[in-house]
Structures are given as C-alpha cells and as structure tokens.
Design a protein around this ligand. Structure first.
Ligand code: ZN
Length: 203
C-alpha cells in the first residue's frame, strides 16, 4: 500500500509557513514503512532537532480506481480518521530551499501515525467536521474540513489522474495551522468531532 499526502490544503497553514497558495494540490508520497506500529511511541529521529506534528483528516481507499471523477470519488473510501504527518521541519526547509524532494523529511520510518478508523457513514457531511490535536492536554491544532482548499472528493479525483488507487491506500488531506515541534515525553491526542482516535507518546 501507499500513503498519498497533500500539502498546503488549508490557507491558515500556508500563511504560517509563508508558502504560496497552490494552483493545484501539492502531492507527495510516503511508503508503507512510514506507518508507526499501533500503541508504540513515536521516536524522534537522530537526524532532526525540529520534528513537527501535523494533524490531518485521513481516509482509507476501499476499491481500485484510476481517473476517478469527483462525483464518484465518495465510493472509493468508507473509513475516516485523523492521522499525524510527522515532518522533520529543519530538513524539509533545507530541501525546499534547494528545490529537492521532501522524502527524507516526511517519509522516514514512523512518520505516519494513524488514528482508529471510523465508518464515514457515521458522519452526515464530511466537509463539516471538526478535528483537533492536543499536546500535553493543551489544544495546539484545530481544523475544520470546510476550510480545505480542495475537498476530499476533489483530492481523490486529482491524485487518481497520476496514481492508481488500490485497496488499503491512505490519503492524508493536509494540515491546518498550529504545527509545532514535539519533545521527548510529550503526549499527543487526536480528535475527530470530539472522539479521541489517537493517543501517542513521544520518545
Ligand atoms: Zn502534512
């Protein structure tokens, strides 16, 4: 399986990193080895001293598709959750400045943490969902899917022009403002519509 990630999908986060607003979605991939084991801590890698949390809405692909039209995109996923797209920001900033790919900063082992999946049918409107990340019980990132520049269905249509989507693939849909560094012994908790779906220790 593969993880397809979207960058710069919330205007407030684009502003905090002083990035340009994209004319089309910014896409990158993470391999399956990026997924941290459930119920194990996240270990800050040696090569970074500025690993940031990025809480994101994620969906899991449930059928094979290519060139999916937006109007049919909703048929290609039936589970939703929140996940963390861990990013070695110091490394990413260096790579971005040189115009180099981001993989070392985004696709290292453990850099994708998945929350507990929920059936999407539990929610009436997926573009009307609150999600949140707390760090040591303080709210650090709060997002609302209404504020996505590209909706989940638009993203599926877009990325499927380039990549065949396969069963079990996961789409990360971008992070809202509030990204920040994690430190040893932090505790991160992720919520979707008030339900806690993710609980992670940092080591
Ligand atoms: Zn991200």
């Amino acid at each position: 399986m593969k993880i397809i990630c979207i960058g710069r999908n919330y205007a407030d986060h684009i502003e905090e990193l002083e990035n340009e607003r994209p004319k089309e979605p910014v896409v990158f991939l993470k391999p399956d080895t990026t997924i941290g084991q459930r119920n194990t801590p996240f270990y800050i890698p040696d090569f970074s001293s500025d690993v940031h949390h990025e809480i994101e809405i994620i969906v899991k692909i449930n059928r094979i598709g290519k060139h999916i039209q937006e109007q049919f995109a909703h048929k290609y996923y039936d589970q939703i959750s929140v996940g963390i797209d861990f990013t070695a920001r110091d490394l990413q900033t260096q790579l971005k400045a040189k115009g180099l790919p981001w993989e070392k900063a985004k696709a290292f082992d453990g850099a994708a943490v998945l929350g507990q999946w929920l059936p999407k049918k539990e929610f009436k409107d997926l573009q009307n969902l609150n999600f949140e990340l707390t760090k040591n019980d303080a709210s650090v990132q709060r997002g609302h899917t209404r504020l996505m520049l590209y909706t989940i269905d638009q993203l599926i249509a877009y990325v499927s022009q380039f990549f065949t989507l396969k069963i079990g693939d996961i789409l990360f849909t971008g992070t809202p403002a509030g990204v920040g560094a994690v430190q040893e012994n932090d505790r991160l908790e992720g919520f979707l519509e008030g339900q806690k779906l993710l609980d992670l220790k940092i080591k």
